[in-house]
Design a protein around this ligand. Structure first.
Ligand code: SIN
Length: 482
């Protein structure tokens, strides 16, 4: 891991029970830009995972009893250390995930914002007292931490998705075992090192690496793990749900999306293009909330397409460590999926206005803009997760709402119009957990992030995000208490 200011942030071991363990020989991690070896992490066995679960259980028992103010202070210290080490963290993210360095810096700030937000929220987790149905008694509604949490995090935002789960869990009084993506473990391990430096007690936050399927299953079937929070594909999410059924585990699932991005004739075109460039090209198209299907009303279809091509052709492409806009996708398979979707579109009447399908094997894709998109294209039903922009034409509001909703996913949707009545109708009728109206960047620690339909369960961020780590307990208190 070249050129870190603090090389001790680069950990090739796992954090279990407050100790760095395991031989860094189980799994090799590569730089998506040039496939160079970045390092190795251990391949933990089931006994190691059991040890982590046992340690998390002990940590939970004492952490739940800490003052809310102590939990808040711990998170504040972690937040401060994340900010102090943001350049190193961003560099690690770019090296293992590939994204442009300026975006990696943005991700570190985004990751830190969850820790700051939940450091404050830790002191505001309140219950209620409500009138009783019986004389001389009160109904107390208490909030209690759910217990030991397993957090399975994805490769596309290795820092932010970890803090979006860990910070609210820790604020609530839970302990967390993080299982990062095998493609991007070093960011999680660096964040865990900073948590250690912040004074986290042993077992409160642990990071385990190894075979994703078997660790996932072990965490799901464990009776001591009471909650699973997962961000990743819908396919894996469903598998984890099945594996968690036996223990009736609490689940938060942030799964795939297929976001419609709708531009009406009366939209401010420049504003819509600004939004689309973010919603489509952030992380080179590898976000669950990425604009997947771009619906443009007939009256501006060609004008919008031409203006989009001009913007897309100005994007700089290359190594994430250089100052640019589009970096390689995480691996070759990701690029192959995008190529297949483009080939399918071309066979079904699509026309490439910008970009081309790369001839050789590469994960560095030029952004591709396609016109004449129709609902039979593969990308109409599948998440693209790459820099492909299919432009669909529509005529009426009713038609576009129906087409936008014709998917199993329901994470994000975007709409651009200067008619506020239309915007509010769309907000109401689009089947998505999040709707951006004349805005292309939804993500914020203060907002509840999550989907409907097969895009998942639960919310992350905001007050709703901490509720995911709390149980509600009803206590009926009698004995002449009035
Ligand atoms: C995701 O792609 O899963 C998260 C994106 C975000 O938080 O903005």
């Amino acid at each position: 891991m070249q050129k870190l200011n603090d090389s001790s942030l680069f950990k090739q071991q796992c954090l279990i029970d407050g100790q760095w363990l395991g031989k860094p020989s189980g799994h090799t991690v590569y730089n998506p830009y040039d496939s160079s070896v970045l390092g190795q992490v251990p391949n933990l066995d089931s006994a190691d995972i059991e040890r982590a679960i046992a340690s998390a259980q002990i940590a939970f028992e004492s952490w739940r009893g800490c003052l809310a103010a102590e939990r808040s202070k711990m998170l504040q210290r972690w937040h401060q250390l994340i900010l102090e080490n943001s350049n190193d963290l961003a560099r690690i993210i770019t090296l293992e995930q590939g994204k442009p360095l300026k975006e990696a810096q943005g991700e570190v700030a985004y990751a830190a914002s969850f820790v700051a937000w939940y450091a404050e929220q830790a002191t505001r987790i309140n219950g209620e007292i409500v009138p009783s149905h019986l004389p001389n008694s009160k109904i107390l509604i208490e909030k209690q931490p759910v217990g030991v949490v397993a957090a399975i995090t994805p490769w596309n935002f290795p820092a932010a998705m970890m803090t979006r789960k860990c910070a609210p869990a820790i604020a609530a009084g839970c302990s967390v075992i993080v299982k990062p993506s095998p493609d991007t473990p070093f960011t999680a391990l660096a964040l865990a090192e900073l948590a250690q430096r912040a004074g986290f007690p042993k077992g409160l936050l642990q990071v385990v690496c190894g075979d994703a399927a078997s660790i996932g299953q072990q965490l799901c079937i464990s009776e001591q793990v009471t909650k699973l929070s997962f961000t990743g594909s819908t396919h894996v999410g469903k598998l984890l749900m099945v594996q968690s059924a036996n223990t009736v585990k609490r689940l938060s699932l942030e799964l795939g999306g297929n976001a419609p991005f709708i531009v009406f004739d009366d939209a401010d075109i420049e504003q819509a293009l600004d939004g689309l460039m973010i919603a489509k090209f952030r992380n080179s198209g590898q976000t669950c909330v990425a604009a997947n299907r771009i619906f443009v009303q007939s009256g501006i279809y060609h004008r919008f397409a031409a203006a989009l091509v001009a913007r897309v052709e100005a994007l700089k492409i290359g190594n994430g460590l250089d100052s640019l806009d589009i970096a390689p996708l995480i691996h070759l398979e990701a690029a192959i999926k995008v190529k297949q979707q483009v080939e399918d579109a071309l066979q079904k009447g699509g026309e490439l206005l910008s970009g081309s399908i790369p001839s050789g094997e590469t994960n560095l894709l030029t952004p591709m803009v396609l016109i004449n998109a129709n609902d039979e294209w593969l990308c109409s039903q599948q998440e693209t997760f790459g820099p492909m922009v299919p432009l669909y034409r529509f005529d009426t509001e009713q038609e576009v709402i129906e087409r936008a909703n014709a998917t199993e996913s329901g994470l994000a949707a975007y709409a651009y119009s200067q008619d506020i009545g239309r915007c509010l109708r769309l907000a109401n009728r689009l089947e998505a957990g999040m709707v951006g109206l004349n805005q292309g960047l939804l993500s914020s620690a203060s907002a509840p992030f999550g989907g409907v339909k097969q895009s998942g369960l639960g919310r992350e961020g905001a007050e709703q995000g901490v509720e995911e780590y709390l149980e509600t307990k009803y206590v009926l208190l009698g004995g002449n208490v009035l």
